[in-house]
Design a protein around this ligand. Structure first.
Ligand code: HEC
Length: 220
């Protein structure tokens, strides 16, 4: 029996060794596509993060954006960014931003986003849905300026460019909690036994509840 096991184990070893040679020894993969060129990789690598470091040069105002929107967006999203056949993008109005609470159907408005760059990044990569990636940076800045103006977030003549866009204060910027709980918790946010604050309560018979989130704890 011992012998049998040994023999099987050694067969397995030989098989594994052969598979390893097959896997590592073969360096080309015929019929499995072609390698991407640096330019192709660059064309996918266009995500703009919350700090906007990747934003390209360019600029736009809400007036220019009204034109872009009418020509390239209104057919699906409606003339004023709502009432079209797909998601509405505008809530509230110029000078009157929507503040929470948000119903599920309202969360497609750009004023729901916590960072201004989300609008730029998404529109640049995914819109118009029938021709994604076709907008110039100026068109994206303009469309964002118009959407921000219509949502009451910026003024009608504010110019959106790589510098000004990241400074826009989104009305719902505090409406999200961090993806990861922050540890150790901010002592100001920890409730003691019997304490009640901001609609949260630590019952007397419980140990103190640590509220392990950072400063952005408003749920809307
Ligand atoms: C052919 C129809 C069509 C056109 C044209 C179009 N969109 Fe969209 N748009 C969509 C659809 C469909 C979605 C939802 C996509 C999804 O949820 O996956 C969407 C989603 C969006 C969103 C995200 C909404 C959210 O849920 O956060 C924004 C912002 C947006 N579009 C902006 C624009 C802008 C700006 C233009 C014009 C440059 C445009 N769209 C043109 C169909 C369109």
């Amino acid at each position: 029996m011992q012998c049998l096991i040994n023999r099987n184990v050694s067969k397995l070893c030989v098989l594994l060794a052969l598979m390893a040679v097959a896997a590592f020894g073969q360096r080309t993969y015929p019929s499995l596509g072609t390698s991407l060129s640096q330019d192709e990789i660059k064309s996918f690598d266009m995500i703009v993060g919350p700090e906007g470091k990747e934003l390209p040069p360019g600029q736009g105002t809400s007036k220019e954006g009204a034109d872009v929107f009418a020509k390239k967006c209104a057919a699906c999203h409606g003339r004023r960014g709502e009432g079209g056949s797909v998601q509405h993008l505008v809530l509230g109005g110029p000078g009157n931003p929507k503040k929470g609470p948000w119903k599920d159907t309202e969360k497609s408005a750009v004023s729901y986003y916590p960072y201004p760059t989300i609008a730029w990044d998404y529109i640049n990569r995914a819109m118009p849905a029938n021709k994604p990636g076709s907008l110039t940076p100026d068109e994206v800045y303009s469309a964002v300026a118009w959407l921000f103006y219509m949502n009451g977030i910026i003024g009608e003549n504010d110019v959106m460019d790589a510098k000004s866009l990241v400074k826009v204060q989104m009305p719902n910027r505090d409406g999200f909690v961090p993806a990861k709980p922050v540890w150790p918790p901010n002592p100001k946010l920890v409730l003691r036994r019997g304490e009640r604050r901001n609609g949260r309560e630590c019952r007397k018979n419980k140990r103190s509840i640590a509220w392990p989130y950072g400063p952005t704890t408003r749920f809307t």
